[in-house]
Structure formats: C-alpha cells, structure tokens
Design a binder for this molecule. Structure first.
Ligand SMILES: C[S@@+](CC[C@H](N)C(=O)[O-])C[C@H]1O[C@@H](n2cnc3c(N)ncnc32)[C@H](O)[C@@H]1O
Length: 176
C-alpha cells in the first residue's frame, strides 16, 4: 500500500515538474510508472479480455499490459508510447514472451478504432482530455479500464481495489 501511494505521488510530482519545463520537443505528459502485474491481471479480468479482443494501451511503457493480454488471454494488442526507449523495451518484452505475432508497439498517434479494449494509466486531466476521442472513435461495446484515475463526471460502471490500487471500467455506449 505504501509503495502504491508512493507510485501515484511520484506520477503527480514528475508530471508537475514536466508541466513547469518550457517544452521545445514533444515530451511525455505522464511519467513512466509501471503497473504491477497483479493489477495488470485484475484490469484484464475486469475488462473480460479474451482471444477475440484487440487491446490498446495508450502510454504503454514496457508493454506489459498488451504482452500479458496476449500471453495469458490470446488477445491481440497495440501499445502506443511517446518515448522511443519504452517502445524498444516493449518490443523486447514481446519477444521474450513469444507474443510478437500478436502485438505491436508504435510511437505515433494511433488510430484506435479497431480496439475492443483500451487500457489507461495516465493522469486525471489526461483521461478527461482523451474522453471525447474515446467516445468518438471507439465502437459501442468497447471496454475502457483505467488504473488509478477516473474520467471526471463520466461515472464508471465498476470500480475495484487491487493491492492498494483502484481500477475503473467503462463501456462505450451506443451512438445517438
Ligand atoms: C504511468 S506510465 C504507464 C505505463 C503502462 N501503461 C503501465 O501501466 O505499466 C505512462 C506512460 O505514458 C507515456 N506517455 C506520456 N505521455 C504520452 C503521450 N503524450 N503519448 C503517448 N504516451 C505518453 C509515458 O512515456 C509512460 O510510459
């Protein structure tokens, strides 16, 4: 629990420092803090991931969420990260776990329309900013799971505590 509070505090502290720095290049808005594997497993379970799913992790770090979705559930996956070092780590992670045929990692802004599950471990303001894109681009029925942070006034349909972390689930509604 103490580690969990520290992780979330570090996430906010580094994000605040980055926001104070004049930015000439595209920098990560959210620092790299990996999700513990027990929490990854709970996120995939909460979303009900199976071998028909395509899991997108927006800000994928070392790729652990899509790699575990592929290895343990047979899902396909795409990880997107602004940091080329993380993309390299994620590709090595996929290779080590023999799931290269199921997953890919990209540094560019991804077209997320094919996703059936989207995972997030970002920051509250980034989640809220992403929300219109998620609602616009994702198909009805697509599940979104977020580690630690909610989506403002879009209330989650489920919320769970896992090893000191909170995880949230939403489903994209039918388009009006
Ligand atoms: C808190 S980490 C989460 C990593 C991984 N999803 C996990 O749960 O283990 C956030 C990640 O988002 C990435 N990131 C930050 N800003 C980004 C942006 N604008 N576009 C894409 N990725 C970004 C960071 O490089 C970092 O790897």
């Amino acid at each position: 629990m103490r580690f969990r509070c520290l992780s979330v505090t570090v996430l906010f502290a580094v994000a605040f420092a980055a926001a104070q720095t004049p930015q000439t290049a595209k920098l990560p808005e959210v620092p790299y803090v990996p999700t513990e594997n027990s929490v990854v497993d709970a996120m995939l379970k909460l979303a009900g991931v199976n071998n028909t799913d395509i899991v997108y992790d927006l800000g994928c770090g070392d790729g652990r969420i899509v790699v575990r979705a592929a290895k343990n559930h047979g899902a396909r996956g795409v990880g997107v990260d602004i940091d080329p070092v993380r993309i390299q780590q994620a590709r090595e992670n996929a290779k080590r776990n023999n799931v290269e045929s199921l997953v890919r990692f990209e540094e560019i802004d991804a077209d997320i329309r094919e996703a059936t599950v989207v995972t997030l471990y970002l920051l509250p303001n980034v989640n809220v900013r992403l929300r219109p894109k998620l609602l616009r681009d994702l198909k009805p029925g697509t599940r979104i799971v977020s580690h630690s942070f909610d989506m403002g006034d879009w209330k989650p349909e489920k919320e769970e505590q896992v090893d000191g972390a909170t995880i949230y689930l939403w489903t994209i509604p039918e388009k009006k």
